[in-house]
Design a protein around this ligand. Sequence first.
Ligand SMILES: [Zn+2]
Ligand SMILES: [Zn+2]
Length: 343
Amino acid sequence: MKAIVKLKEGVGNVVLTDRPEPSVKKNEVKIKVEAVGICGTDVKIKHGTTWSNPPVILGHELSGTVAEVGEDVKSVKPGDRVVTETGNVVCGHCYYCRTGNFLMCKDRLSIGYGVDGGMAEYCVVREDIVHILPDEIPFDAGSLCEPAAVSVHAVYDAVKVIPTDTVVVIGSGAIGLLVAQLVKNFGATVIVTGLTQDEGRLSVAKELGIDYTVNTQKENVGKIVDDITGGRGADLVFECSGSVPGVNTGMSLLKKMGALVQIGLTKPTMEIEYSMLTAKQISLIGTFGHKWQSWDTALKLMQQGKINAGALISHRFPMEKWEEAFDIAESGKGIKVVIFPNK
Ligand SMILES: [Zn+2]
Ligand SMILES: [Zn+2]
């Protein structure tokens, strides 16, 4: 089968090549991949700037059709439309596994970098992380279930949002625009920020009903938040950029006793104005990935049209054009780039 593979560590070493079609063990499901999104993580693996376990097939944001199931599999059957979580290899009995927080398991290997992922004609995963994709959700939008589940985990599990809150979302990529929609669902006033290169993304945010979009290279976001809140500051900030200016801006925009939820992956160490924590009694909350329930919730929200993930797809490519697809994903020109491995 065709697959996009990281062959060995280092810069590059990613190719479109032939790989043996995987077979299923007793508790596994073989998915014919219909759509797979390119994540920032895939781009970083290509450049060798984040960990991977080569040789490994990339891709962890996929949707597809069940092609085959192992003899013990009960919950899905061939022909079912599905999506899959990412934590494929876990111990299965630790505290985190038992509570559906598979990504916190010390033995975890995720698809797309720890073990083979979805940038291939077929992908095999364990039954426990497979979810039925409702008919109302097309396969391309279904490939955004993973970032939607990440966003659900960050908004629903980290803090409480109420309708009178003013909430700043820093970063206007797929996660930022999903988080913004989820927060908007609570009736809060939402401000999404981006840079000049993100103008296209900010206009999509506007179309999705986000109250304010701010290009921080042209406009003073602090003044805008002060105007909206009468000088008090934002109740909550969701930091989706992972950048040093993003974190520092987020902390400075917060009201006293506000909370910043960190979703964007940051460098291991960075210079932040840590004294604001005590001076303003700020809460800093880290969030990562998703749990089983985040997927269940994200799928219902997408099925009921309460979040629009499909609107974030800016580019579509067949496998053969994977290099162009990766270049566009990296350039930040679009929002979400999706590859179709079986077209
Ligand atoms: Zn991702
Ligand atoms: Zn475990």
